[in-house]
Design a protein around this ligand. Structure first.
Ligand code: GZL
Length: 343
């Protein structure tokens, strides 16, 4: 009897043990823990692929210039006119830390594409690695980042700033009769547009030995700051004998024009002036004889941005650099173009 009880006890224990193991095994094979993520991923992917809306986060620098305002308008108006675009727009008010915060927010919202105009070239590695880890492509708009981080973005939509600087130098040398002293008003310190416009201009000017860059200082791409910097230079020893001004953007050139007039000189005549961007006010200054040449830099990048973002979402490849086509305007050519200028 005792033996039978032991046998039955062992049988029950073995049965319970077998159930537990298979149950665990069963749990392992069928548990939601192993199935859900695959299902969840598939569901999410299906939702994104099936969802016709492009969800894009754009981190804008701020509103430092007329050009920047035109770019913001292009990006917002193009999205407004296209029901398949869901634009999440953030204005960083010129602060890199605000751009980094915005990009982290876009990652948390799982947008399809992140776009940004990086205020400066450096300091993006960590946050762009987070975007890469989240498998969200990044498109740079109108400014670039450090070449060593080229693997952290998919495409750059913007101008060739070195060529813009070279074209500005050629035009200014011609206006100055290839001799005299030049003041250079630089853009935001550390911005790729400022770095490369300076490189292009300064290198080209080395071919004109009778032209000397006597002062080069940042006006932060801003009209008021450009005016203040020009006023101070005109009062300094270097500013006593100036024949030319090169401004990295129109807003600083327009500020410098005010400073030159207030100093009793004739901008465009006593002091030749060349700038970059091509905002309407610059064309009007050429017509008024106060500015001599404007090198165009296209801010109307909304359509190109969304086309590239939609292509990425559809799994297509896009060029590493989507270059803007631009022109150089002086004299009658600028006057004739003025009525058709869009920004
Ligand atoms: C150029 C852009 C520059 C403009 C300025 O692509 O980054 O920034 O030239 C603007 O007007 O502030």
């Amino acid at each position: 009897m005792v033996q039978k009880k032991r046998f039955m006890g062992a049988l029950v224990a073995a049965t319970v043990l077998a159930t537990l193991v298979s149950g665990c095994g069963t749990k392992t094979e069928t548990t939601s823990a192993t199935k859900a993520p695959d299902t969840a991923k598939t569901t999410e992917a299906t939702a994104k692929a099936g969802d016709s809306k492009l969800v894009i986060g754009f981190s804008q620098i701020g509103a430092e210039s007329g050009w920047r305002g035109a770019e913001t308008q292009s990006i917002q108006d193009t999205a407004k006119a296209d029901p398949t675009i869901d634009l999440k727009f953030s204005d960083a008010q010129q602060k890199q830390e605000n751009q980094i915060k915005a990009i982290r927010s876009f990652i948390a919202q799982k947008v399809d594409v992140i776009a940004m105009a990086p205020v400066v070239e450096t300091g993006w590695e960590a946050v762009l690695k987070e975007a890469k880890d989240a498998k969200i492509p990044v498109i740079l708009v109108d400014r670039g980042i450090d070449k060593k981080n080229e693997d952290l973005y998919t495409s750059f939509i913007g101008s060739d700033f070195i060529t813009e600087g070279q074209n500005a130098a050629k035009a200014l040398a011609e206006h100055m009769g290839d001799k005299g002293n030049v003041v250079e008003l630089e853009g935001t310190v550390g911005a790729s547009a400022a770095n490369d416009r300076k490189k292009g201009f300064d290198d080209e000017m080395k071919k004109h030995p009778n032209i000397k860059i006597v002062k080069s200082q940042s006006g932060d791409f801003n009209r008021a700051t450009g005016k203040q910097v020009m006023e101070a230079i005109l009062k300094s020893p270097e500013g006593k004998d100036i024949q030319g001004v090169y401004a990295h953007n129109d807003d600083m050139a327009l500020g410098a024009i005010q400073a030159i007039e207030e100093a009793g000189k004739k901008p465009g005549t006593d002091v030749k002036i060349v700038s970059i961007d091509g905002i309407k006010e610059a064309f009007e200054a050429i017509k008024a004889g106060k500015l001599n040449t404007v090198v165009e830099c296209n801010p109307l990048l909304g359509p190109q941005l969304y086309q590239a973002a939609k292509d990425l979402k559809a799994g297509k490849t896009v060029p590493k650099w989507i270059k803007s086509n631009e022109d150089v305007f002086s004299g009658q050519k600028a006057i004739d173009a003025l009525p058709n200028r869009k920004y």
